[in-house]
Design a protein around this ligand. Structure first.
Ligand SMILES: Nc1ncnc2c1ncn2[C@@H]1O[C@H](COP(=O)(O)OP(=O)(O)OP(=O)(O)O)[C@@H](O)[C@H]1O
Length: 252
């Protein structure tokens, strides 16, 4: 398996935030992760990326143990909602940043940034500075900057949480296309049920520091312990209400 997480544990003071957490993920798949606020999702991503050390447990990437490697030695990128761009660099240079660190030649950098900017529909924005872009455009730059260095795993912590619903939908389909084009493996934390279902090849639900990954999306939808049924029933009841209101209007 490409990413293997074995029995991770983390306590902060006396609080057991992540407990006996294990799961696996195939290459080029996206695992959506849902779970209540405070259940340990961010702590889990930070341990996988190396930003927080686990008390015990192991992380394997492509068969190699990375548990105690520094974040920059893992080739993973952790991306969160308000990921900041470099304010003094143009959009081109923000996207190119990781390639410049790798000392790639200028012609190859230009080609790769141009291709990425086209995929992200940012090709007319490359000369601007970050403060001249909208929130959704800035979020796309963050993605471009993360993906262009070809990370082994992309760790996304509610990446679209701050966007309005229209922009969020466009970002979801853009991200879907990017995952295919750039063959991305990712963990995708979200509080939005629909987004989890749309974005994930698989769905995991986190509770009390533990993650359960379902065999199929249907298995997740069938599990009464997640509360997902209540949400679906709520939307269904609205539909029924809207339908009967429509009928009444027609009959009046
Ligand atoms: N550095 C820290 N020191 C002490 N406690 C922490 C630390 N980081 C996280 N916690 C605690 O661990 C628990 C889990 O936090 P975490 O951020 O992982 O949750 P989450 O599931 O990502 O929540 P949310 O959905 O609200 O972002 C919380 O009770 C939090 O207060």
């Amino acid at each position: 398996m490409f990413l293997e997480v074995n029995n991770l544990n983390k306590k902060f003071n006396k609080e057991h935030v992540v407990e006996a957490l294990s799961f696996e993920l195939e290459k080029q798949k996206t695992l959506s992760i849902l779970g209540k606020s405070g259940c340990g999702k961010t702590t889990m991503l930070k341990m996988i990326s190396g930003l927080v050390n686990p008390d015990s447990g192991n992380v394997f990437l492509d068969g190699n143990e990375v548990t105690l490697l520094k974040p920059e030695q893992r080739n993973m990128v952790y991306l969160y909602q308000e990921d900041l761009l470099f304010p003094h660099l143009t959009i081109f240079e923000n996207i190119a940043f990781g390639l410049r660190l790798k000392k790639i030649n200028s012609k190859a950098i230009k080609d790769q940034v141009d291709q990425m900017a086209h995929s992200l529909e940012l090709h007319n924005q490359l000369d601007k500075m970050p403060h001249q872009l909208s929130g959704g455009q800035r979020q796309r730059v963050s993605f471009g900057r993360a993906i262009i260095i070809n990370p082994s795993v992309l760790l996304l912590d509610e990446p679209f949480g701050s966007l309005d619903s229209g922009t969020r939908q466009r970002m979801q389909s853009l991200f879907k296309n990017l995952t295919r084009e750039y063959k991305i493996t990712s963990l995708f934390i979200t509080h939005d049920l629909k987004e989890a279902i749309l974005m994930g090849d698989k769905i995991g639900f986190m509770q009390n520091g533990n993650l359960h990954v379902y065999e199929s999306k249907q298995d997740f939808l069938n599990d009464p312990t997640t509360g997902v049924n209540q949400e679906i029933n709520f939307w269904k009841s609205l539909q029924i209400e809207a339908g009967s209101e429509l009928k009444n209007t027609i009959n009046e």
